[in-house]
Write a protein that binds this ligand. Structure first.
Ligand code: PAF
Length: 280
C-alpha cells in the first residue's frame, strides 16, 4: 500500500499504471472507514487491476453548523484497513493541496438536487461535485464505486460524469447493514449506546413504508405513520420522502420505481438511509 499526499505524486503513479496498461478502480471516501467502504474496495478489486481509495474530509460539502470539525479522522486505523483489503494507493491530500489556489467556480444543480438531502443541506452537493470532479481528474480512474446509502449523491455523480464527459464507469454497491439492519456509516461512531439501540428503527420504518405503499399508494398515509412512530421513539425528523427514481422528485402517490428515503436525527447525529422499491 502506498500513501500519496500530493497531486503530482498521484499523477505520476497514474502514469506508471497506464504505461503498464493496467486499469484503476476508485473509491472516494472521507475516511473513518467501515465495512461498507471495504465492500466498495472489494468491488473495485473485482472490476479493476489497481484500487485507489481517497481519504479527504472535504470542507466545501459541510454547512456552517455541520460536523466538519468533529468528523472522525482515525487515519492509522484506516490505513490498516486499506492494507488488509489489498488497496494499492490511499490518496490523502491536505486541504491546501486540494484548494490552495482558491476556488472561483461554483456548481448549480438541476432539480435532482432540490429535494432530500439537497433541500436540507444547501450547498452540500455543489461541494460534492467540486471535490469528486477534482478527484476524478487527479486519479483518472476507469471505474468509480459508490454506496447506495448516499443514493442522491450517486445519482448526481452519475449525471456529473455524463455532463463533464468523464470516461469513467460508475458503479453503485448495495448499502451494507449491521445484522440489526442499521446502515453502516462513519457517523454511527457518534451514537451513544442508547442511540445505537434505537437506530435500527430507521430500516424497520423504511421497510414498513415500502410495505404500506404496496397496498395504498398514498405517500402521506405511509410516511406520516412512520414519522409518528419515530418521533415517539425519540428521533427528530429531517425528512421522510418517497421520490421518483427518474428525477428524484417527491411523489404524492407512489407507483413504479421509487426511492423511500429518510434523514433523521438521534441527538445531534444525522443519519440517512433509503430503499429502492418497485411498485405496481
Ligand atoms: O460520500 C462521501 O464520503 C463523500 O461525499 C465523498 C464522495 C467522498 C466526497 O467527499
Amino acid at each position: 500500500l502506498i500513501v500519496v499526499r500530493t497531486i503530482d505524486d498521484m499523477r505520476s503513479w497514474v502514469r506508471s499504471i497506464r504505461a503498464q496498461e493496467r486499469t484503476i478502480g476508485f473509491v472516494p471516501t472521507m475516511g473513518a472507514l467501515h465495512d461498507g467502504h471495504l465492500q466498495l474496495a472489494k468491488r473495485s478489486k473485482e472490476l479493476a487491476d489497481e484500487t485507489v481509495v481517497s481519504i479527504f474530509v472535504n470542507p466545501t460539502q459541510f454547512g456552517p453548523n455541520e460536523d466538519l470539525s468533529r468528523y472522525p479522522r482515525p487515519f492509522d486505523e484506516d490505513i490498516k484497513k486499506c492494507r488488509d483489503a489489498g488497496v494499492s494507493v490511499v490518496f490523502h491530500p491536505s486541504a491546501i493541496e486540494i484548494y490552495g489556489a482558491g476556488s472561483f467556480i461554483g456548481f448549480k444543480l438541476d432539480k435532482m438536487g432540490d429535494h432530500l438531502c439537497g433541500a436540507s443541506r444547501p450547498g452540500h452537493f455543489a461541494g460534492v461535485i467540486q471535490i469528486v470532479n477534482k478527484l476524478f481528474n487527479i486519479v483518472q480512474p476507469d471505474t468509480a464505486i459508490f454506496g447506495q446509502k448516499d443514493y442522491q449523491q450517486y445519482r448526481i455523480m452519475e449525471q456529473m460524469v455524463v455532463e463533464f464527459n468523464h470516461p469513467i464507469k460508475m458503479v453503485m454497491n448495495p448499502t451494507v447493514r449491521a445484522t440489526n439492519g442499521l446502515a453502516l456509516s462513519s457517523r454511527n461512531r457518534y451514537l451513544s449506546e442508547d442511540e445505537l439501540v434505537l437506530a435500527p428503527q430507521i430500516f424497520i420504518e423504511l421497510q414498513r413504508i415500502a410495505t404500506d405503499l404496496a397496498t395504498n399508494p398514498s405517500v402521506e398515509t405511509a410516511t406520516s405513520a412512520s414519522q409518528g412512530r419515530l418521533m415517539a421513539a425519540g428521533f427528530k425528523i429531517d425528512y421522510i420522502s418517497v421520490v421518483s427514481n427518474n428525477d428524484l422528485q417527491p411523489l404524492i402517490e407512489a407507483h413504479g420505481t421509487c426511492i423511500v428515503a429518510m434523514a433523521v436525527y438521534l441527538g445531534t447525529t444525522r443519519l440517512i438511509d433509503n430503499l429502492l422499491v418497485e411498485l405496481s
